[in-house]
Design a protein around this ligand. Sequence first.
Ligand code: HAM
Length: 414
Amino acid sequence: MASNYQAPRGTFDILPAAGHARRRIEATASQVFARAGYEPIATPIFEDTELFERGVGRSTDIVRKEMFSFEDKGGRGITLRPEGTAPICRAYLEHGMHKLAQPVKLSYGGPFFRHERPQAGRFRQFHQLGVEAIGTDSPLADAEAIMLLSDLLGELGVPGVELRLGSLGSPAARSAYLEELKAHLRAHEAELSKDVRERIEINPLRAFDADDEGTQGVMASAPTLVERLDGDDADHFAEVRGLLEAAGVAYAVAPTLVRGLDYYTRTIFSFVCPELGAQSEVGGGGRYDGLIEQLGGPPTPAIGWATGVERVLLALGEQDEAASRDAFLAVADPGQRKRALALVSELRNAGLSAELDLAERSLKGQLKHADRIGAARVLILEADGTAQLRDMRSGEQRPVEAGALIEAIGGERG
Ligand code: HAM
């Protein structure tokens, strides 16, 4: 019975069988966040377009090509949030959180929107879970944030995860480095691909990702930003590394690691599952010491990350799963329906999962339905007020006392 409509390109419906694994991921993340003191925050799904232009950066692919932007009925430029960090910094300033004890540690989750070309692991509406620690430049905050994502992925059981770590230094160090890199590229122009050659001035870092042999040869001898870090930037990076080592978090320094958002400074990191292929990053983030100032606030260093729920699901190879119920309440006689409704509520209040027939089926139909929805046991309420407990796996049936129904079901759960 196909309708005339389909979910828009790059989006998907989360059907019940796939919803269970997502709930588990969200519940695990909530626990991990709460245990580490990252308090929940939620910001609107849409924001003023300018927030992302200023925050994420006008030269990024996200702002140039991927935002779902529109004018609202009041003529305001609005954008469906492509990421969560700029909105959280906006909220931090709007609610005077800089007056609270620092750092302010926040956690969030929800849908995000980017108009990208859809492929495995890449969607136009996707879901992130993330944290931000705002108001400290201590390397301890970097190490703690990275450790938190490592712990979350570990607790979720994501296999084969590798941590790549880099540092972009301060904006001044970065621009000095970019000049040096451009000079290196210009000196080897003839060996570069046309694409890379045309982008020397706009985005020289892209050359590190090129897949042609000529460019790769040139890049093998190119200077890297990590080698050029000095002074406080170098010390900061060394401290982050030392702390991660002390905490037993394995990483590889990725001297050419770059990220798709302009606000990063110093530490950046990426958790990848190489097995996922092209979209192998399950989560990543970094420090953004200049963003809050950029948005009109006081200088406020901060760090955070986000993980993509769909990527985590892919990495877990999560199968759809059927729900199971502790019990189904069937009535042998329609006169027992009121009692069934009261009982189902009692069972649920006792923490058990229980359902009753909402379609007024015959007893045979109810048993069939109970089987279909995966009920472990059926409690059959007889016309004379007695009850029978039927084990759906063995087919055994035995009478239970009216006063002992909950214990009978709860006690046999498992
Ligand atoms: P991001 O790297 O753009 O960072 O996104 C974080 C994660 O979201 C990625 O590692 C990936 O798993 C997932 N993701 C991104 N785009 C898509 C997509 N189109 N489809 C499916 N999954 C996707 C940020 O968004 C930063 N706000 C992270 C951050 C927080 N940095 C500091 N604080």
